[in-house]
Design a protein around this ligand. Structure first.
Ligand code: HEC
Length: 136
């Protein structure tokens, strides 16, 4: 019952950006080869509606520049929900494991959080986290 055959259908630019994907794999150090290119495509299609990847640019959600390794709820000038601030005390920093848990279903994992968007596919999450690791 593993979902190893999941396909995201993202083919554009795959070959050309193998190096970017490799960066994600090295940074992640996980057993599975996460695909930062597929992660970027997913990000550009969905997360971009609410998040900028530029430092200091907040939209509906806070900037995700350099989010991996960043303290939770730490973007200056962004008005986080009380739940997100409380989570910052428990989880401290966004590492790949916390991102994976969070993105599975933000409002279920962190009840009361303001983000209405989930990434239910484990491969999709691994890919988008690999992409987030390139935002330095
Ligand atoms: C509909 C708008 C929306 C979408 C789409 C969205 N987010 Fe968010 N996101 C938010 C909001 C709002 C917050 C702040 C939540 C809070 O304070 O409770 C947030 C918070 C976050 C945080 C915590 C940031 C911090 O500074 O602690 C991360 C990480 C995150 N989102 C990642 C993502 C990723 C990755 C995607 C795409 C897969 C995504 N988000 C899609 C609205 C969105």
């Amino acid at each position: 019952m593993m979902d190893s055959s999941r396909r995201c259908g993202l083919t554009a630019g795959r070959a050309a950006a193998a190096a970017l994907a490799m960066a994600g794999v090295l940074a992640g150090g996980g057993a599975r080869a996460a695909d930062a290119v597929a992660g970027k495509a997913l990000f550009d299609k969905t997360c971009t509606n609410c998040h900028s990847t530029q430092a200091g640019v907040n939209k509906v959600g806070p900037s995700l520049f350099d989010v991996v390794g960043r303290p939770i709820a730490s973007v200056q000038g962004y008005d986080y929900s009380p739940k997100m601030r409380a989570m910052a005390k428990r989880w401290k920093v966004w590492d790949a494991a916390h991102l994976d848990t969070y993105l599975t279903n933000p409002r279920q994992v962190l009840h009361g959080v303001r983000m209405f968007f989930a990434v239910p596919g484990a491969d999709d999450r691994a890919n988008v986290i690999a992409y987030l690791q390139t935002l330095k």
